[in-house]
Design a protein around this ligand. Structure first.
Ligand code: NAD
Length: 254
């Protein structure tokens, strides 16, 4: 159980802060039923070599293997609903206490929760692109068809292979999203770092940029992360319990 004095301290920091940013990873979505990659009981990495199936080279070489591997994640993402942690961040934005969410997640649950300013560093499933002619398709239509027939989707224009707009190993992060994320991180005076192992660079540089620019760092995670030593507070526990508790405590101050 997390310490309630830590909740009150973070609520007081939120109360006084001018530019708050949330940085989120797969752990914020585990309470919605979507497994993360690195928790010991997750298993998504356990049965495959990620560099084989989840890299752009692997995708080009054997797209069927990628689609077979990612199928459970596509199904879970399709069915998932935002959980109390996502909704707490949406509430913070509504009361002008959150400038932006920077997320590594591809599940779109922040936008489904109602957040308007969301930088999706690793892409999303709303769109999918032909790797031959670069025609952009509606991701949901493409993925729903794939969930039905299990076949690698092909482009209606050129019959090329379609890839969801998620960033695979070996691909560049979307430059505009990354620049915007760095800008809000530099401008922040408080960053909430939620449910990320902080092991995936360059996304994991974002909390470091915020810290170097003078922001307080609050880490919320079930387990220790690689950046705990630079945090001002680390709260160990379930984000779906901790974030609503922080927002409730903040509301008592306003
Ligand atoms: P990660 O899997 O490396 O780490 C998840 C972290 O969340 C772990 O440190 C774990 O202890 C913590 N965690 C798990 N459940 C939690 C909870 N309920 N409350 C608080 N903390 C919790 O995730 P990452 O750092 O985001 O990196 C994984 C990469 O995989 C990212 O690039 C991301 O794009 C991708 N991914 C995305 C999704 C998604 O979109 N939901 C799911 C799996 C993987």
């Amino acid at each position: 159980m997390f310490k309630t004095e830590n909740i009150s301290t973070v609520a007081a920091w939120l109360h006084h802060a001018q530019h708050i940013v949330a940085f989120t990873g797969a752990g914020i979505s585990t309470p919605s039923g979507i497994p993360d990659f690195r928790s010991s009981d997750s298993g998504m990495w356990a049965t495959v070599d990620p560099m084989t199936v989840a890299s752009i080279y692997g995708f080009r070489h054997n797209p069927q293997a990628f689609y077979d591997w990612v199928r459970p994640l596509i199904q879970l993402t399709h069915d998932a609903k935002s959980n109390p942690a996502h909704l707490a961040l949406s509430k913070l934005e509504q009361i002008n206490k959150l400038d932006a969410v920077i997320t590594q997640n591809i599940d779109m649950l922040h936008t489904r929760a109602g957040n308007k300013t969301v930088y999706e560093l690793h892409g999303h499933m709303r769109e999918a692109t032909c790797i031959n002619c670069f025609h952009i398709h509606d991701g949901m239509v493409i993925l729903e068809k794939f969930l039905e027939d299990g076949k690698v989707p092909h482009c209606v224009k050129c019959n090329g292979i379609i890839k969801p707009n998620v960033i695979l190993f070996g691909e560049q992060l979307p430059i505009v999203e990354l620049q915007n994320a760095k800008k809000v991180a530099r401008n922040s005076d408080l960053m909430l770092v939620i449910g990320s192992s902080l092991e995936v660079a360059p996304a994991s540089d974002i909390p470091v940029i915020a810290k170097q620019s003078g922001a307080k760092i609050v880490i919320v995670n079930l387990e220790p992360t690689t950046l705990d030593s630079m945090a001002d507070i680390v709260i160990y526990g379930d984000a779906a319990e901790i974030l609503p508790a922080i927002v409730q405590s903040l509301e008592q101050l306003t």
